[in-house]
Ligand binder design. Structure first.
Ligand code: TXE
Length: 454
């Protein structure tokens, strides 16, 4: 394996920088340093950790434009999305900067003394991140982990390390102890694997494919370390015949084509009640044609290229033999462009079952509420989903019956840093974000103090 890997601008297909591939012994050195620095960090007053994270948030805020430009270059994200992502990192840091003073334990009534619990940090937490949202997904792990008193070692995806590396530098600029938050670039099978195996990494957070996630979980089981998994998705956008169809159709492209469909929450199956199926498709077609695919540097762009040539080939493979109803447009040229596609599908089709991770959506009809729920749950995944209906009782029933971790009614929202996020079934294990995330980076210790005089 070569000592470096080359980063490519997805909008031009041109390589622009080489990045180092860390070796296992380099990873071990980073972990050893993290172990050392973590002790003082965990021992610092809660306010000291809170202040440090607030300063970190401010420094990120001051660098939103720089981080956004790096993401445009490295990941091909449209500039407006990239600015949102960089700001989101600062917001996540600010939110969890409020956690250190709030990690209270309990006092439990016990005869003959006082029983109290403490939330102890794990020590060093390893975070393994994919290429689809390099900054935001990293922050969902490192911000609460640091707030709870842990050190963090972070491995970005090989394809998209630039913003994570820069955020690591900004942490030090903000005054965090060197080595407390270390970003290590390299391959999954070396750096990621070392996080899983190393006895001093006491918790692992993994976001990526279900296949690798299962291996990571198996490795963590051998080391008896907890693991949080955010994996694939095949989320349903369920449109009932009593929905505001115009609104539902106008919102559908954004729900699946945002980030070129490279989104674990992409509503990549649209399930439409049969009585409004034709009308919905009529309304969907102009919305898809109006979806603006183009240069990521333009503020008007809604969707950029796919991440790599290999990934574009994989996505294109899903259209072989598929019943394509209509497509949007995409630029010509050397970038990894792919025009959005709407495909008419049957429940068992590969296109209706596999995560495509590209701008391809499968549309399927259903008969009634029960059939809609059955179809929505006809997947190994259970991450997100949307329900479009004007009937409140139906919204309640369906949202309780769909086996997904994150649902929205008459909206496609999935991620707010102050609400929990995560998947059921093959979409993952554990939850990120929300009010309890810092606690998830701690172990409860119970201490009994005897007060009897004898
Ligand atoms: O993911 P991987 P890839 C899905 C999506 C995509 C496919 C492949 O369908 O097309 O997965 O993407 C690190 N031990 N999702 O290949 O391989 C790796 O270096 C420890 C969905 O990028 O799972 C990277 O940092 N770590 C998902 C991270 O794991 C290992 C987001 C993810 O890589 C490792 C991403 C190992 N043995 C992909 N092997 C979503 N739904 O959000 C690799 N890694």
């Amino acid at each position: 394996m070569s000592a470096t890997f080359t980063l490519t601008d997805p909008s031009t297909g041109r390589g622009f920088r080489d990045m180092p591939r860390a070796t296992a012994s380099e990873v071990d050195a980073v972990i050893a340093r993290a172990v050392e620095v973590q002790r003082a960090w965990a021992g610092a007053a809660p306010l000291v950790r809170a202040d440090a994270l607030r300063r970190f948030a401010r420094v990120v805020e001051d660098h939103v434009e720089e981080l956004a430009q790096l993401e445009v270059l490295n990941s091909g994200h449209p500039i407006e999305s990239a600015r949102w992502e960089a700001s989101h990192v600062a917001q996540v840091l600010n939110f969890y900067a409020g956690a250190p003073e709030r990690l209270s334990g309990q006092q439990i009534p016990v005869a003959g003394g006082l029983d109290v619990t403490f939330h102890e940090p794990y020590g060093v937490v390893g975070i393994i991140v994919p290429w689809n949202f390099p900054m935001t997904i990293a922050s969902w792990g490192f911000a609460p982990a640091l707030a709870a008193g842990n050190a963090v070692v972070l491995k970005p995806a090989e394809l998209t390390p630039l913003t994570a590396v820069r955020i690591g530098e900004l942490a030090v600029e903000a005054g965090l102890p060197e080595g407390l938050f270390a970003v290590v670039t390299g391959s999954g099978s070396v750096v990621g694997q070392r996080f899983v195996e190393h006895p001093d990494v006491r918790k692992v957070v993994f976001t990526g494919s279900t296949e690798v996630g299962v291996e990571v979980a198996a490795g963590c089981a051998r080391g008896l370390k907890p693991v949080t998994l955010e994996l694939g998705g095949k989320s349903a956008n369920i449109v009932f015949d009593d929905a505001d169809l115009e609104k539902a159709a106008a919102a559908a492209p954004g729900a699946v084509f945002d980030n070129a469909g490279q989104d674990c929450c992409a509503r990549s199956r649209i399930l439409v009640q049969r009585s409004v199926y034709d009308r919905f498709l009529e309304l969907l077609e102009p919305a898809v044609r109006d979806w603006r695919v183009g240069e990521p540097t333009l503020e008007t762009t809604q969707m950029g290229p796919l991440i790599s040539a290999a990934h574009r080939d994989t996505v294109a493979g899903f259209l072989d033999g598929a019943d394509v109803a209509f497509r949007g447009t995409a630029p010509e040229g050397d970038g990894f462009w792919f025009a959005p596609a709407v495909v008419l599908a049957e429940p068992g089709d590969r296109i209706a079952q596999d995560e495509i991770f590209g701008p391809v959506v499968a549309v399927l009809p259903f008969d009634d509420e029960e059939d809609g729920i059955r179809l929505a749950n006809d997947t190994v995944y259970g991450l997100a989903g949307s329900i479009w209906t004007e009937n409140l009782g139906r919204a309640m029933r369906v949202s309780r019956a769909v086996k997904s971790g994150v649902l929205s009614v008459n909206s496609h929202s999935s991620v707010r840093y102050w609400t929990p996020f995560g998947g059921m079934k093959a979409s993952g294990l554990g939850r990120e974000l929300g009010p309890d995330a810092a606690e998830h980076f701690t172990e409860t210790k119970n201490v009994f103090f005897a007060t009897d005089a004898s």
